[in-house]
Design a protein around this ligand. Structure first.
Ligand code: HEM
Length: 161
């Protein structure tokens, strides 16, 4: 499709900013993932209802292992997106993975505004985790990697056939 033929200019420096900060955050990823999602739910409390494992759970939010693993998925896949953007100028998630991601988010009712809030919370979480590294360039690199990943996921947000 025309949309996926477009290539993005993402430099080695931008890739390095994402990878460097992620390497520094990785060791605290459990705690960061939790902070990240608590921020999302603070801004958009109704987003909690999207997650089946939160609706039915007796475990407190902050102890839910599935919430941490979703947070990790967003971090790790955004970082991978940065690497792919630099190498190929586009996000190259495996087709089957992307279809699954698209259909899961579609069925769960994830909307544009949820992706926006999540982007804001992701950038805030990184800024607070690595204040000594943080810069407008770093913010922009993470934002671009996230935006392009979301474009890819949204392109598959339709009922699974
Ligand atoms: C499920 C990644 C953004 C809500 C998932 C899964 C992954 C994932 C890997 C599991 C898919 C599976 O079951 O195979 C991502 C990535 C995102 C993103 C990489 C952004 C770059 C969001 C946002 C929301 C969201 C913004 C809403 C605030 C959900 C929900 C599920 C899900 C509700 C299904 C969980 C369940 O009920 O079992 N996501 N996600 N995701 N995601 Fe995301």
């Amino acid at each position: 499709s025309p949309a996926s033929d477009a290539t993005i200019c993402f430099t080695e420096e931008q890739e390095a900013l994402v990878v460097k900060s992620w390497n520094s955050m990785k060791k605290n990823s459990g705690e960061l993932g939790l902070k990240f999602f608590l921020k999302i739910f603070e801004i958009a409390p109704s987003a909690q209802k999207l997650f089946s494992f939160l609706k039915d759970s007796k475990v407190p939010l902050e102890k839910n292992p599935k919430l941490k693993s979703h947070a990790m998925a967003v971090f790790v896949m955004t970082c991978e997106s940065a690497v792919q953007l630099r190498k190929a100028g586009k996000v190259t998630v495996r087709d089957s993975t992307l279809k699954k991601l698209g259909s899961v988010h579609y069925k769960s009712g994830v909307l544009d505004e949820h992706y926006e809030v999540t982007k804001f919370a992701l950038l805030e979480t990184i800024k607070e985790a690595v204040p000594e590294m943080w810069s407008p360039e770093m913010k922009n690199a993470w934002a671009q990697a996230y935006d392009q990943l979301v474009v890819a996921i949204k392109s598959e947000m339709k009922p699974s056939s």
